[in-house]
Ligand binder design. Sequence first.
Ligand SMILES: C[S@@+](CC[C@H](N)C(=O)[O-])C[C@H]1O[C@@H](n2cnc3c(N)ncnc32)[C@H](O)[C@@H]1O
Length: 298
Amino acid sequence: MLYLVGLGLSYKSDITVRGLEAVKQCSRVYLEHYTSILMAASKEELEQYYGKEVILADRELVESGSDDILRDADKEDVAFLVVGDPFGATTHTDLVLRAKRQSIPVEIVHNASVMNAVGSCGLQLYNFGQTISMVFFTDNWRPDSWYDKVLENRKIGLHTLVLLDIKVKEQSIENMARGRLIYEPPRYMSISQCCEQLLEIEETRRSKAYTPDTPAVAISRLGSSTQTFKSGSIKELAEYDSGEPLHSLVILGRQCHELELEYLLEFADDRDKFRNDVVADQEFFKPAPWVPPQEDDD
Ligand SMILES: C[S@@+](CC[C@H](N)C(=O)[O-])C[C@H]1O[C@@H](n2cnc3c(N)ncnc32)[C@H](O)[C@@H]1O
């Protein structure tokens, strides 16, 4: 059996009872180690908690070496651990499909994900549109395809969850070109860098998907003891020191409900200004007033 087990958001004990029981009976345990990190537990702490060796699975192992992970999984139990939920944001459907092709039974053990825990900032999950990922810009690679999704969400009044890039084990282009297996230190995008990139792309695209005054909420270390929220305009959050990773951002949609606003005001430095920004933002993409059809005179 291949078990895909969600670890939840922060603590080693966030694993579910069913997940822990599955891990304990597995002969090999892999921890997916490139799309997210477990903030409050190291590999060694997990090993002690499970009483098992934990093998870190980087992108290369999961995408090119999945045969290693699936080896003998038709005869023995193998666990593939994913921080958050195995199908939250990054879906590990490819690994599941490969297992199925090899007639390996698969069981999924779900857990909390950033995709639902984000609701603890006070915004209604029902009011979210498409999620986007913000990658680190480089000198010659500044992708902006996510901009159209923000525009679509904002046109119909929905909030946009922005997931921020992390680079846990990446090679520099030079080392990759020379085939040297030397990895850069881990990097995690901050809220301010994400907001700066948002503002840069608005400057070039100019469709007013958002403006520097558009309200947003920064979400840091969700589910950990240092979880923090900060409400402000994108321009203000471009100056915000968000501290240790992990971080996500929500760009508010026009249809911000009064109760959502009340919750977000708790996290604003200047509550009156934030309220004014939200009210002003509601004018964006407002549908034209409904005009009743003309009575037919004949
Ligand atoms: C590619 S997603 C993987 C999501 C994960 N599988 C889950 O279900 O939560 C990773 C990104 O989600 C966001 N994220 C994940 N956990 C977070 C947390 N606890 N607090 C804030 N943002 C988080 C960060 O932007 C991070 O770079």
